[in-house]
Unconditional design. Structure first.
Length: 172
């Protein structure tokens, strides 16, 4: 895994891709640390990503921007929850790496930490960047399905009025 860690050395954020029970992925930008040639992420125990990891510990990670836009290469692997002295050490390393920002976040967000390490690597693949046309198509599909859902809700609730009729006549 050492060769694959190089892309993370000068990075501040990692995109953690976890999977829902229906197979859809959820990407979350996180702080991370590298310790003993492993990548560790720290989050609060009561988060959706922890629940998803408990159901399926296969994840993908890639260096990313603050907004979570992945860059470089995705690494696919299995994560394990870390407890005890190793977890305490990783939390200290996170505090050293991110300094005041980590202290501020820890004061705002209360709860127990969950520490995960990527212990086994299954493979890697390049990050795919969507073209403007693909992004526009996705936005169109999202808007179209949102309006259809809104109309369905209105019909289910018996809200048949001119607003629903005018929304139904919108063409994209």
């Amino acid at each position: 895994m050492e060769n694959q860690l190089r892309q993370f050395l000068d990075e501040k954020y990692v995109s953690l891709e976890t999977y829902k029970k229906n197979g859809r992925y959820v990407r979350t930008p996180l702080w991370f640390v590298i310790y003993n040639d492993l990548i560790y992420v720290i989050t609060l125990e009561a988060t959706g990503k922890v629940k998803r990891i408990k159901n399926n510990n296969t994840v993908r990670i890639a260096p990313c921007s603050f907004k979570g836009e992945p860059k470089k290469i995705w690494i696919k692997g299995k994560v394990e929850k870390i407890i005890g002295d190793e977890a305490d050490e990783v939390i200290k390393l996170r505090m050293n790496k991110y300094g005041r920002s980590a202290k501020l976040v820890d004061q705002i967000r209360k709860g127990n930490f969950a520490v995960f390490a990527m212990k086994s690597v299954i493979g890697s693949e390049p990050v795919v960047v969507f073209t403007a046309a693909e992004t526009t198509l996705w936005k169109y599909r999202w808007h179209h399905s949102t309006i259809n859902y809104f109309l369905w809700l209105m019909v289910q609730n018996g809200l048949k009025n001119s607003a629903a009729i005018s929304l139904a006549n919108i063409h994209f």
